[in-house]
Design a protein around this ligand. Structure first.
Ligand code: ZN
Length: 179
């Protein structure tokens, strides 16, 4: 969770959470790739296009940089939903978290070893996706951690994170002391 969405979907009122740029910098400086993986069902609902999401991510990337964050490696999203109103996006895809497709694709594209990687997220859905991908997991309490988990037909996976932190700063500090 890098930003707080204070408005409806579409990101008109996004604010960068405190200490996020510094935390990202600490990880970047230690050599970590920083890859964002998000579900964007607004595309499936016909309320935004994939281009809109890409533009939103570009804007967030710019705002993070202006706030002192390092460049992020990649922004990736799932535009699908099993009950999409737009037929083209109506599917049980592999990329909508809690499935691990976004993470697996990123690992392939950037030659990342998932078992040596960390999935940081605010939702149980993020933790489940991380576990399915074989990552270590960190849950942060700075976002919508109370949101209900997303049901899938998949086998249940343990949604307990390896570490629970107040925010990205605490998550980064923990990651940086791991062996
Ligand atoms: Zn998808």
């Amino acid at each position: 969770m890098l930003v707080r969405d204070e408005g409806d979907a579409g990101g008109e009122r996004l604010s960068i959470l405190p200490k996020v740029p510094e935390a990202l910098h600490a990880l970047h400086d230690a050599g970590w790739l920083l890859i964002v993986c998000t579900n964007q069902p607004i595309v499936a609902r016909g309320r935004a296009t994939e281009g809109d999401v890409i533009a939103l991510h570009a804007r967030l990337d710019t705002e993070l940089r202006q706030a002192g964050a390092p460049p992020l490696t990649s922004w990736r999203f799932c535009p699908h939903h099993p009950n999409a109103t737009v037929a083209a996006y109506r599917q049980q895809c592999q990329c909508r978290k809690p499935r691990p497709g976004l993470l697996m694709d990123a690992a392939r594209d950037f030659d990342v070893e998932l078992g040596a990687s960390f999935m940081v997220g605010d939702r149980i859905t993020d933790i489940e996706a991380g576990r399915r991908a074989g990552c270590k997991t960190v849950q942060v309490l700075s976002g919508e951690h109370a949101a209900a988990r997303i049901e899938t037909p998949d086998d249940v996976v343990d949604g307990t994170p390896d570490f629970l932190g107040a925010g990205l700063a605490e998550a980064a500090a923990w990651i940086l002391i791991q062996p």
